[in-house]
Design a binder for this molecule. Structure first.
Ligand code: NAP
Length: 493
């Protein structure tokens, strides 16, 4: 017999685990969490590169509905986050609901039986009335297709697939990329490598981090009194206050630009290097980097900044378009992720046999980032246009959890009839969203993982967290339809 669940969640990172906790708290028992890997943790399991940390303060980087960890420092490091995720899974006794090494191959909506039929990559089948995808936006490493890679004599790997067996001590290392991930591992590599060459395609705005470990006294206060909740609230308000900076020409944008410029002037003495590290696109167009050690690392004598574009990879290293060969022993690709498809690994087929790939042939779009017309009872967490540039993504996930719980209740109250978003509601939502996004810095002239080559912003939400919370606080059934049961004759066939 094919195992049947009311709800299947795909992915056991923060999104899938948080959803599972909220379902359980509501008394749901028939749910399963499918996880492709051999352990939970999502991005915090995958990214083990040296220096991996969160750029949101730890007090804000946790679910409001869960016991708050007693974080050891202002900005949490990856091992501490992953350990806290494990503790959260244990605290909520989620393991019985999680299937590890269970990668989704396909999910097809069966219109006759109103059920999703899921097939795992290893051939196992299961069915669920409701599917909630939680496969993230940043987990399919993107490695540029430079010619000659096969001839490279040294080791190479992507930042999200760090090969810890490769020793970097004394080696000549290349970092291709200088984004948020690279900005964290570059200072660590520079510390141990003989030489580090950083290949920069675009510079970034860097603002101060001011990280430190909490003192024993602070930790004691956080563990018992209201201090941690107050700290969380302060960080929340501070980050919400950043949002106007994402509109070019505002006072807030000018303040952040001045902050980034002062940081650069303070940390890089060489005026020529400084200008090579200074961006010339609107602040916020690419993700702001929050770092106190990236710029000093770039100024080290054993670090070279290369801004010539890469021509190819050769046996001995990286050749740039000016003809120069940069000899290296190891290449680290800090080149980001394939972020524009939102499709996960599986093939999703909705009503009338239409695939999600077809539905999204122009671009991914989802009502409130969660629902796609023609895909009943399918909900996405951290779907299209729900990423932020200014605040903790966990806050957006919490809005989505509560919204989906309302939808699950609505389905229950309508005798389990499947819920599908109306295509006109999706179209109206998306038109307004894209219109609002045009005024933001993300629409500016830069390359970023937030948008397609045609400048269509597919990843970012157009407002603040408060805006999204207001927009998702109440499920409006007028924007949905309950799918009619198919006629009996069709059932008989
Ligand atoms: P990313 O922001 O996409 O940066 C990729 C880097 O590789 C950029 O410097 C990019 O240059 C460069 N690159 C890509 N293709 C290239 C090519 N063909 N030739 C030369 N350079 C190339 O990726 P990421 O640094 O992994 O960060 C992704 C996201 O992960 C972040 O924006 C953030 O949301 C998240 N993240 C978060 C944290 C955290 O603290 N919470 C830490 C790390 C990452 P261009 O700039 O010119 O495109």
């Amino acid at each position: 017999m094919t195992p049947h669940f009311k709800i299947a969640i795909v992915g056991a990172g923060f999104a899938g685990l948080g959803m599972a906790i909220r379902l359980k708290a509501q008394g749901e028992t028939s749910f399963v969490v499918l996880e492709k890997a051999g352990r939970v943790g999502g991005t915090w399991r995958d990214n083990t590169y040296p220096g991996a940390a969160c750029d949101v303060q730890s007090h804000l980087y946790w679910f409001s509905f869960d016991a708050q960890p007693n974080w050891s420092r202002i900005y949490p490091l990856q091992p501490e986050i992953l350990a806290n995720i494990d503790a959260m899974v244990a605290r909520h006794d989620l393991l019985p609901n999680i299937r590890l090494n269970a990668e989704l191959g396909s999910a097809a909506w069966d219109e006759r039986d109103s059920v999703w039929r899921l097939q795992l990559r290893d051939g196992r089948m299961l069915e669920a009335n409701i599917v909630i995808t939680a496969w993230g936006q940043l987990n399919r490493p993107s490695i540029p297709d430079f010619s000659g890679v096969a001839n490279f004599a040294g080791a190479w790997f992507h930042s999200a697939q760090w090969n810890h067996a490769v020793q970097l001590q004394g080696k000549r290392v290349a970092s291709i990329g200088n984004g948020p991930s690279a900005a964290q591992f570059i200072p660590e590599i520079a510390e141990v490598a003989g030489h580090l060459t950083v290949f920069q395609r675009s510079p970034n705005y860097i603002v101060p981090r001011q990280d430190r470990a909490y003192t024993e006294e602070e930790l004691a206060q956080f563990a018992t009194g209201p201090a941690r909740a107050e700290s969380r609230e302060l960080y929340y308000q501070e980050h919400e206050g950043w949002f106007p900076a994402f509109y070019p020409g505002t006072e807030r944008a000018a303040e952040f630009e001045a902050l980034a410029r002062a940081h650069l002037e303070e940390q890089v003495a060489d005026p020529v290097l400084r200008e090579r590290l200074w961006p010339r696109y609107p602040l916020g167009c690419k993700r702001l980097i929050i770092s106190d050690d990236f710029l000093p690392a770039m100024a080290r004598p054993n670090v070279t900044l290369v801004t010539e574009h890469i021509e190819c990879i050769e046996e001995k290293g990286v050749r740039t378009k000016d003809g120069m060969l940069h000899d290296v022993d190891v290449i680290v690709y800090g080149t980001g992720f394939d972020t524009l498809q939102f499709l996960g690994a599986g093939d999703i087929t909705g009503r009338g046999g239409r695939s999600l790939r077809q539905a999204w042939h122009a671009a991914p779009r989802a009502y409130l980032g969660m629902n796609i017309a023609g895909f009943p009872n399918l909900f996405m967490l951290y779907g299209p246009n729900t990423n932020l540039g200014h605040n903790s993504i966990l806050l957006m996930l919490e809005c989505q959890f509560e919204y989906i719980l309302q939808a699950v209740n609505a389905i229950d109250q309508h005798d389990g009839r499947p819920l599908d978003v109306r295509s006109d509601a999706l179209a109206t939502f998306n038109r307004r969203l894209q219109n609002d996004l045009q005024a933001t810095a993300w629409a500016g002239s830069c390359i970023s993982w937030y948008k397609t080559a045609d400048n269509l912003i597919t990843n970012n939400w157009s407002g603040s967290v408060e805006d999204y919370r207001a927009r998702t606080s109440q499920l409006d059934l007028n924007d949905y339809e309950f799918v009619e049961a198919p006629p009996q004759t069709a059932r008989a066939g």
